[in-house]
Write a protein of this length. Structure first.
Length: 256
């Protein structure tokens, strides 16, 4: 889609996550396993100390916010932003008593004052955004961070260029405006964002595509991608995905 703020784009994403919300917690653990998911959450929360302020972008069902509450002993301010009303309904069941939950579209700006947070996290958000939206969003993240604050993101990506992987990547882009970049593409997008220092990247393997290929999930959009790969005469079990861990710090001397 050429217009990144279009109503069509928002409607597409909301429709996908309306369906995903029906099995979100169950399927998310099938995609990555409960242990792997908790490791990702705890990595994202490493910079957070009791009494500090956290913003989770694309907060989903609120798992990260609830873990942040546990880790800080309930001392601090937690906020979550998500585009999907259905996902926020799940989050309110889990985290409404510990965090401020807001429905919003991160593409049109973050509804927070500059310098509000010590840490901004996002798990499985950046692949949902158009390429041209990545840098503007990170510039907004920098603004809402306090000087010296951290941004941490966990981003699904592709791990190889087999025909099956390339077909899967294109189908996700065409049918869901979901962009699973190659790791080197992500690093190029995220490197040298003005105002950030201490940028770090790490890539690990992911079991998400293999779970979908094996029919282990109820999320029809994702299993549908695997089925279409198979209809094209390719083996969806050969689709290889990874996950990129990205950390950056807002510069102490940065001025807007």
């Amino acid at each position: 889609m050429s217009t990144i703020n279009s109503a069509e784009y928002v409607e597409l994403k909301q429709a996908i996550y309306r369906e995903y919300s029906r099995s979100y917690d169950e399927d998310r653990q099938r995609f990555v396993s409960a242990e792997s998911l908790l490791r990702r959450i705890r990595w994202a929360l490493e910079p957070l100390s009791p009494g500090q302020r956290l913003l989770d972008l694309g907060c989903g069902s609120g798992e990260l916010l609830l873990e942040a509450h546990r880790q800080t002993g309930g001392v601090g301010v937690l906020a979550g932003l998500d585009l999907s009303p259905e996902m926020l309904s799940l989050a309110r069941v889990r985290a409404d008593s510990v965090a401020s939950l807001i429905q919003g579209n991160s593409l049109v700006g973050l509804p927070f004052q500059d310098g509000s947070f010590h840490l901004v996290t996002s798990l499985n958000l950046l692949q949902e955004l158009p390429r041209l939206a990545i840098q503007p969003l990170l510039e907004q993240v920098r603004k809402v961070l306090k000087p010296g604050g951290y941004s941490r993101a966990v981003i699904p990506c592709m791990a190889d260029r087999s025909p099956a992987s390339q077909a899967f990547q294109k189908l996700a882009r065409d049918n869901g405006a979901m962009e699973f970049w190659w790791p080197e593409e992500l690093e190029a997008l995220l490197t040298n964002i003005p105002g950030f220092t201490q940028q770090e990247f790490r890539v690990t393997a992911s079991t998400a595509a293999s779970a979908a290929a094996g029919g282990k999930t109820r999320f029809k959009f994702f299993t549908g991608l695997a089925e279409e790969v198979r209809r094209r005469g390719l083996d969806p079990n050969k689709v290889k995905q990874g996950v990129l861990f990205f950390s950056a710090r807002r510069g102490i001397e940065t001025s807007d």
